[in-house]
Design a protein around this ligand. Structure first.
Ligand SMILES: [Zn+2]
Length: 431
C-alpha cells in the first residue's frame, strides 16, 4: 500500500506497513521534546500509575498527523494497528478515553513549552533550507526563511453550546465570520481567531496567537511583527503582505519605521476627488491615471501621463497625445502617501507579484482545516482551543520538516501539507 492511499476511515482498521511506520516515526521524532516531557512527568506522582508521557504525547501528535477527529477513534486505530501502537510505544493495552482527556487538559498547562517546540521546528526548517541550498537541492538564490511574510487571521469557533444561556464558553466572544467562508457578510460565530504570520515563499507558519473573535484584525499587525522579531531575532524580514482588512495608515507607518515594505490591499474608502487610484497611481493634469515608470533613489517614484493620451490630447498645438505630465511621488515620511502610493509602489508589477503570494497563507489555513482538524474540534475555553490550534500548526511543521529532510514529497502527501514550490523571487529593491 502506498502512503498516498493511507486515509483515515472511522470504524475500519488501518494497516501500516514497515515503511509507513518508519516514515511516521521519522516525523514524530521532530516532536520529541525533553523540556515538555519532564514537565509532564511531574504529574505522575499525583495520579494512578499511567503510561509514559512520551507515549501519550506521541499518540496525540498522531491524532493530528493523520487527521483523526475524536479520541475514541484514535483509540480504535491504536487497538487495530500493532504498528501504530509500537510507533507510540504502547504495549497491548491502550489507556481509556478519560486518560486521553486528562492528558490533553494537562498539556494545556504547558502552552509555553509547546510554543517553544514550534519555534525550534521553524529554526530547524530554516537551517534545512540553507543546508539544501548549499547542497543544490534548493536553488541557491532562493530567499531565506522569513524574508517575505503574510499576515492574516482565521476563524476558530468554540464548541460551546449556544442554545444554553449563558453559552458554555465564558472566554469565547461573538465575531464576524471571515467573508470568504460565509455567504452573508454579517454571519456571526462564537469563538476565537488565530492571528498568524506565514512565510509566503515556503508556506511555513512562523508565529501566531489566539484572541477572542470580537477582536479586529488590523491592530494585530504590529503585535504580530513584534512577536516575529522577538521569536526569531536572526530572521531578516523585508516585506509584510496583508489583505484589505489591515489597510490602516498606522500599519503603513509602523512597517516603515520597522524598515519593512508593506504590500497591503487598499480599501475603497475614499470618495471621488482622490487623485490616487486604488493601485497607487496619481492622475495627470488631464485627469487620467498616470503610468508608473521607475523608482529613482533620489527623487522617488516617477509617474508619467499615459502615452496613448488623456483628455488634453490635441487640445493644444504644443502638446502631443499626452499632456507631458510627469511627476515624482516621495512616500517616505508621508503617512498618506505611504498608504496610497506605497514605499514599494503599488503600481509596480513587483507589488502585484508579491501580493499574489499571499495565497500561501490561505493555503495553509485550508490545510490546517482540512487535514489538521483546526475547525473540527470539541473544545471549550481559551486554553484548550489554543492548545488544539497549536497542535494543528505543530504537526504541520513536523510534516514539512519530514518532507524537507526525506525529499520524498509524494510520500509525505499523506500527511497532507502543501509546500509551495520555492518561488523565484526578484531581488527586493529599496525605494
Ligand atoms: Zn495627461
Amino acid at each position: 500500500m502506498a502512503l498516498g492511499e493511507f486515509t483515515y476511515r472511522p470504524g475500519r482498521g488501518q494497516y501500516l506497513d514497515a515503511e509507513n511506520v518508519g516514515l511516521l516515526g521519522h516525523v514524530l521524532a521532530f516532536g520529541d521534546d525533553d523540556a515538555l516531557l519532564e514537565r509532564l512527568q511531574a504529574y505522575r506522582h499525583t495520579g494512578r500509575p499511567g503510561y509514559p508521557v512520551s507515549t501519550m504525547w506521541r499518540a496525540f501528535q498522531i491524532k493530528y498527523l493523520l487527521g483523526i477527529r475524536f479520541n475514541r477513534d484514535l483509540i480504535a486505530q491504536l487497538q487495530t494497528s500493532p504498528a501504530l501502537r509500537s510507533v507510540c510505544g504502547f504495549g497491548d493495552v491502550i489507556p481509556h478515553e478519560s486518560a486521553f482527556s486528562r492528558f490533553f487538559a494537562r498539556l494545556a498547562n504547558h502552552q509555553q513549552e509547546i510554543e517553544s517546540i514550534q519555534t525550534r521546528l521553524v529554526e530547524w526548517i530554516a537551517d534545512e533550507i540553507e543546508r539544501q541550498k548549499k547542497a543544490g537541492t534548493i536553488r541557491d538564490d532562493s530567499p531565506p526563511l522569513g524574508e517575505v511574510t503574510a499576515i492574516d487571521s482565521t476563524d476558530l469557533p468554540s464548541h460551546a453550546s449556544i442554545r444554553r444561556k449563558p453559552h458554555t464558553d465564558p472566554s469565547a466572544r461573538w465575531g464576524h465570520r471571515t467573508p470568504k467562508f460565509s455567504l452573508s457578510a454579517n454571519e456571526l460565530f462564537l469563538g476565537y481567531k488565530l492571528h498568524s504570520v506565514v512565510d509566503v515563499n515556503y508556506g511555513v507558519p512562523l508565529v501566531d496567537f489566539m484572541l477572542p473573535a470580537n477582536e479586529s484584525d488590523s491592530p494585530q499587525l504590529p503585535k504580530l511583527v513584534e512577536l516575529l522579531k522577538d521569536t526569531y531575532p536572526w530572521m531578516e524580514p523585508r516585506c509584510v503582505v496583508a489583505d484589505r482588512g489591515y489597510d490602516a495608515t498606522s500599519n503603513y507607518v509602523f512597517l516603515e519605521n520597522q524598515k519593512l515594505f508593506s504590500v497591503i490591499l487598499r480599501r475603497n474608502t475614499d470618495r471621488d476627488g482622490d487623485i490616487y487610484t486604488l493601485d497607487g497611481r496619481p492622475r495627470c493634469v488631464g485627469g487620467e491615471p498616470m503610468q508608473f515608470v521607475h523608482t529613482d533613489p533620489h527623487h522617488g517614484h516617477l509617474f508619467r501621463c499615459n502615452p496613448d493620451g488623456c483628455e488634453l490630447k490635441g487640445k493644444s498645438p504644443w502638446l502631443g497625445p499626452s499632456c507631458v505630465s510627469e511627476h515624482h511621488e516621495v512616500p517616505a515620511g508621508d503617512p498618506e502617501l505611504l498608504r496610497k502610493v506605497g514605499r514599494l509602489p503599488r503600481a509596480s508589477e513587483f507589488w502585484g507579484w508579491i501580493y499574489r503570494r499571499r495565497q500561501s497563507i490561505e493555503r495553509l489555513f485550508n490545510s490546517l482545516k482540512h487535514s489538521r482538524l483546526l475547525t473540527t474540534h470539541r473544545y471549550l475555553r481559551r486554553r484548550k482551543v489554543r492548545l488544539h490550534a497549536s497542535l494543528s500548526v505543530l504537526t504541520s511543521l513536523m510534516t514539512m520538516l519530514g518532507r524537507l529532510t526525506t525529499g520524498d514529497y509524494a510520500r509525505m502527501r499523506w500527511m497532507r501539507l502543501t509546500m509551495s514550490t520555492v518561488a523565484q523571487m526578484p531581488t527586493m529593491r529599496a525605494a
